[in-house]
Design a binder for this molecule. Structure first.
Ligand code: ADP
Ligand code: MG
Length: 565
């Protein structure tokens, strides 16, 4: 080997390696999924680059992945005929973690094995997971448009060595030297099962050697007559292309784990082929757990985009609105050009109509999920506050979104947000025109607000809002099912329709009797208030502050102040 140099891993890689080896032990078989997934990505990339430059295929037009093992040597090899890597790419890809947010991610790790294992799986540590089972990894690779081969070696401790090598074949070969306690993976049966379990849906054939010996006339094997033939072990068609009826739940789940880098099963999914003016196939998933960057609005989101089965890009965010950023999946379009770029996607009217169709699909999928109360609650607890961004972002679908919202209310008096507006409407009192709500900083502040006294007395339900986004939500959600939504801390309450005659008369008398008091309070408060009124909304507290109907709420004011406005 020439031009050999030894380099140190980036600090984050070292941290990650350490954590991974210690926390993913019980999931260690995933290394194979990760390496096959990278090999398949590399084939996708070659296919894509070859659209412009057919010569990249060279003498070997066949894209494939090969898996071999050697039980005596204790090795497993994963090889692909994909794009390969140049020396610089090797250093960059296998020495650092290029993904943004890594530092934040590492901060979230708790030191608790189980929790961290889940987080790490989701982060998609990919390549480095080889070190869970190997005490040395050797990568040999040549980029399809490059003459020079490269070898990378590491024991997964602090450093790696890199050198130039001869390598006639393009693509990448990864040799894992298995640890003493991981030798079980150097086994034909074990490997085959893992390939089927994790990689059935991959578009590229995954092959394993089948050794056969010729037999003599009596049917005995002839020594030294071994021939090796390659057998395709996986299904090798893209999952979403297959007819729905032929795909099992387990296959859908495995595919989700592949695209979302998640160990958990998805909560639900929706697979659709659309034919007509626009032709495309979509497969959308709702995850069970939130990614660590859910609240970073520039975090990774969106669908994996394919055009006519050719992989184009990850995280194509143009196809779903921001408030559905938790949805994962694949979109395969027949109509977009193969050389489509992110910029082009933003300007395309076809993308716009796909976006609105996919948005509807996603909302319908959630509506279906809502029929399963327990599953929907899991969804809501994780992603509810993201969905609450919906009415502001997507005016056209606000009714659909409103049906999907869940709240705390005085009906349950619990901080669990599990009541829909439809539930509320069903329980409305005779004569009640509006849906009442209160916004506060916390559930307890909402629940104990003096504004609720009159409502509790009259037995009228009030929605208790206590998420940071709630006031923003309510400023865009003014109606549900023909009923307007009213903030109990603002303007007139209009409870009069529900008061009986005697009550009304009593109220008028009180108002008269207290005229003097009102005058004195008004003088005392002077310009600090617009108006002082006798109120019937309190039953126990002596006084409360009320905002005019169209005034910004307290929460919003605080938000604006915090933002320096
Ligand atoms: P990810 O796949 O999420 O990008 P990985 O850690 O699995 O992260 O891989 C890191 C990078 O290394 C990949 O993005 C890719 O650029 C490169 N890489 C890994 N395996 C291969 C391979 N078999 N062929 C070409 N490039 C590869
Ligand atoms: Mg990967």
């Amino acid at each position: 080997a020439t031009q050999e140099e030894t380099l140190g891993f980036q600090t984050e890689v070292k941290q990650l390696l350490h954590l991974m080896i210690h926390s993913l032990y019980s999931n260690r078989e995933i290394f194979l999924r990760e390496l096959i997934s990278n090999a398949a990505d590399a084939c996708d990339k070659l296919r894509y680059e070859a659209l412009e430059n057919d010569a990249l295929y060279g003498q070997d037009p066949e894209l494939r992945i090969e898996i071999e093992h050697d039980a005596d040597a204790g090795t497993v090899t994963v090889r692909d005929t994909g794009i390969g890597m140049s020396r610089d790419e090797v250093i960059q890809n296998l020495g650092t973690i290029a993904k943004s947010g890594t530092a934040e991610f590492l901060k979230q790790l708790s030191g608790e094995k189980q929790k961290d294992a889940k987080l790490i799986g989701q982060f998609g540590v990919g390549f480095y997971s080889g070190f869970i089972v190997a005490d040395e990894m050797v990568v040999r690779t040549r980029r399809a448009d490059n003459e020079q081969g490269v070898e990378w070696r590491s024991k997964g401790e602090g450093e790696f060595t890199i050198a130039d090598i001869e390598r006639p074949e393009r693509g990448t070969e990864i040799v894992l030297h298995l640890k003493e306690d991981a030798k079980e993976f150097a086994d034909d049966f074990r490997l085959k099962n893992l390939v089927r379990k994790y990689s059935d849906h991959i578009d590229v054939p995954v092959r394993m050697p089948k050794v056969e010996k010729a037999r003599d006339e009596e049917g005995n094997e002839i020594e030294g007559s071994e021939t090796v033939s390659w057998e395709t072990v996986n299904e090798a068609t893209a999952l979403w292309v297959r007819p729905k009826a032929e795909i099992s739940d387990d296959e859908y789940k495995a595919f989700y784990q592949h695209i979302a880098h998640d160990f958990s099963d998805p909560l639900t999914w929706s697979h659709n082929k659309v034919e007509g003016k626009l032709e495309y196939t979509s497969l959308l998933y709702v995850p069970e757990r939130a990614p660590f960057d859910l609240y970073q609005r520039d975090g990774v989101r969106g669908l994996k985009l394919y055009v006519q089965r050719v992989f184009i890009m990850d995280d194509a965010e143009a196809f779903l609105p921001l408030y559905l950023r938790f949805v994962k999946g694949v979109l395969d379009s027949k109509d977009l050009p193969l050389n489509v770029s992110r910029e082009l996607l933003q300007k395309s009217p076809q993308v716009d109509s796909m976006k609105s169709a996919l948005t509807k699909r996603a909302l319908d999928m959630l509506k279906k999920l809502a029929k399963d109360k327990e599953a929907y609650q899991t969804f809501w607890n994780t992603f509810g506050s993201v969905l609450k961004e919906g009415p502001a972002e997507d005016y056209a679908n606000r009714d659909k979104i409103a049906e999907l919202l869940r709240f705390s209310t005085t009906h349950t008096d619990s901080s669990v947000q599990d009541q829909s507006l439809a539930d509320y409407v069903e329980r409305m009192k005779a004569g009640q025109q509006k849906i009442y709500y209160i916004v506060a900083d916390s559930f307890n502040a909402a629940r104990h607000s003096p504004h609720l006294e009159i409502f509790r007395k009259k037995g009228i339900e009030v929605v208790l809002l206590h998420d940071r986004i709630d006031e923003w939500l309510m400023s865009h959600l003014t109606e549900f099912d023909g009923k307007s939504l009213a903030d109990v801390a603002k303007g007139d309450l209009d409870l009069d329709d529900m008061a009986d005659e005697a009550e009304k008369q009593a109220q008028e008398e009180t108002a008269k009797a207290k005229e003097d008091l009102v005058k004195r309070v008004k003088e005392a408060l002077g310009e600090d208030v617009q108006e002082v009124r006798v109120t019937h909304r309190l039953t126990d507290s002596p006084a409360c502050v009320v905002l005019p109907e169209h005034e910004m709420g307290f929460q919003m004011r605080r938000l604006m102040e915090a933002a320096g406005q």
